[in-house]
Design a protein. Structure first.
Length: 149
């Protein structure tokens, strides 16, 4: 294995401007690498100065405040209204709200969201059971009438 400071056996053409009197001279590989590193550093400096001069500053990326897990929406509604929910373990969804706030949702709104995302709600003994849509009627019948009434 060659020593670290050894020159490459092939002569490489140096990168210099066409108008330079040194155009066409040959350099060893190590010198070329050093020159490329300097060029990269200069270009990076120009890029940084350009970005700073333009006033473009990266804004921190925030989570979309209008996108909620369904269980968060139901939890908020339960706290506001005293409604109790039991969710089937398959009840999972990310709900996007546009033009409305989570604390303004009514029972009808919640019911429509559930239907939109493929779920149904039934009520029995002051508890709302949220189930996936498409279950057999024999199972749904055990949970009482549809919610809200």
């Amino acid at each position: 294995m060659a020593a670290r400071n050894a020159t490459l056996p092939l002569a490489l053409v140096d990168i210099v401007p066409a108008s330079s009197p040194q155009r066409g001279r040959t350099v060893n590989g190590e010198a070329l690498i050093c020159q490329l590193v300097r060029l990269r550093t200069q270009l990076l400096g120009v890029l940084v100065c350009t970005v700073l001069a333009s006033g473009a500053v990266a804004e921190p990326v925030e989570a979309d405040p209008l996108r909620f897990n369904l269980d968060v929406i139901l939890s908020d509604f339960a706290e506001r209204t005293g409604t109790r929910f039991i969710l089937d373990p398959r009840v999972r969804a990310k709900v996007t709200l546009i033009g409305t706030e989570i604390d303004a949702l009514t029972a009808k709104d919640i019911s429509r969201i559930l239907v939109l995302y493929g779920f149904e709600a039934y009520t029995s003994d002051d508890i709302v059971y949220v189930l996936p849509n498409g279950l057999p009627d024999s199972i749904k019948g055990e949970f009482g009438p549809r919610w809200p009434q």
